[in-house]
Design a protein around this ligand. Structure first.
Ligand code: HSE
Length: 305
């Protein structure tokens, strides 16, 4: 076998309170990638979707991780990659991570599973560095491991899979683009101790709530006093959206990754649909184009087709 096709799913990073340390894999939307193993020490990348992404492997989020794999193996191998992207770049649901994670999982299969999942996250983070200027694993780790992951540390990598109850995710993507690098640039470099205490209480509460199937604790813990107050100014209608979705029965939610997508968690489909109606009504009121998704947690991550 020298060619393989994979489904690389969207992810929600941060999960509101866990900036850079928590992430969740979704069933929808997902990219499809075709990767071929060659023996000529080069990487070619083709987009089959109309997005103007760089074809230079060093500047492409799928290419950069493959460059690292080739560097580490240092043998006569190369890769041809075709990306069918459905996750819009700059949407906040892990578009760059899907390319990076899809590429490394596909390459690893073609190489006879030489690497373990932690290695794959290490490689995939080179793609995130291309996209946002820094390595972070809260999209690539859930994309590769599936489910919800806690990234306790990236140097050295320490990734913990967190079991979760059945939850429904409603996400809205207002059709504006927010670059992760810009959304990181505007953050304050220092936090107040009282805010840090509230934040780590919430992170611990969210993890405990997920592991204990305690929906009320999950809802109470979906609060971000550090990042959201700064980033939410980039998202039209954010405060109203959050208030109305909670009133419609959502457990809670907030900015997905670095935005502009916003996600909400619900305990059942009927609530997830009511939340979607609120999201639609707000963006129709503002007159801003949007896409919505209702989906569930994908416990498998990147899937070989
Ligand atoms: N944790 C990263 C951030 C995720 O919020 O900047 C980007 O998708």
């Amino acid at each position: 076998m020298n060619s393989i096709k994979v489904k690389a799913p969207a992810t929600v990073a941060n999960l509101v309170c866990g900036f850079d340390v928590l992430g969740m894999c979704l069933h929808e939307p997902y990219d499809v990638m075709e990767v071929t193993l060659t023996n000529d020490r080069q990487i070619t990348i083709k987009s089959a979707d109309g997005y103007q992404l760089p074809s230079d492997p060093a500047k492409n989020t799928a290419g950069a991780p493959l460059v690292e794999i080739m560097r580490e193996l240092n043998t006569d191998i190369g890769f041809d990659v075709i990306i069918h992207k459905n996750i819009k770049p700059g949407s906040g649901i892990g578009s760059s991570a899907a390319s990076a994670a899809g590429a490394v999982v596909a390459a690893n299969h073609l190489l006879g599973n030489t690497f373990d999942k932690e290695d794959l996250v290490r490689f995939a983070m080179f793609g995130e560095k291309v996209a946002s200027g820094v390595k972070h694993a809260d999209n690539v780790a859930p994309c590769i491991y599936g489910g919800i992951t806690l990234i306790r540390s990236i140097f050295p990598l320490d990734i913990i899979s967190i079991p979760a109850p059945l939850l429904y995710i409603t996400a809205v993507h207002p059709q504006i683009e927010v670059k992760t690098s810009d959304a990181r640039q505007i953050l304050r470099k220092e936090v107040l101790l009282k805010d840090a205490i509230r934040q780590w209480g919430n992170i611990a509460g969210l993890v405990a709530g997920l592991m204990k199937n305690d929906l009320s604790l999950i809802g109470r813990s979906l609060e971000d006093v550090i990042i959201e107050p700064v980033r939410s100014i980039l998202i039209p209608g954010f405060d109203l959206l959050k208030k109305n979705c909670r009133q419609a029965g959502a457990l809670g939610g907030g900015i997905s990754g670095s935005g502009p997508s916003v996600f909400m968690l619900s305990a059942d489909t009927a609530t997830a649909e009511a939340v979607e109606r609120e999201m639609k009504s707000i963006y129709e009121g503002i007159g801003l184009a949007y896409h919505t998704y209702i989906t569930t947690i994908n416990t498998q991550g990147v899937q070989v087709l």
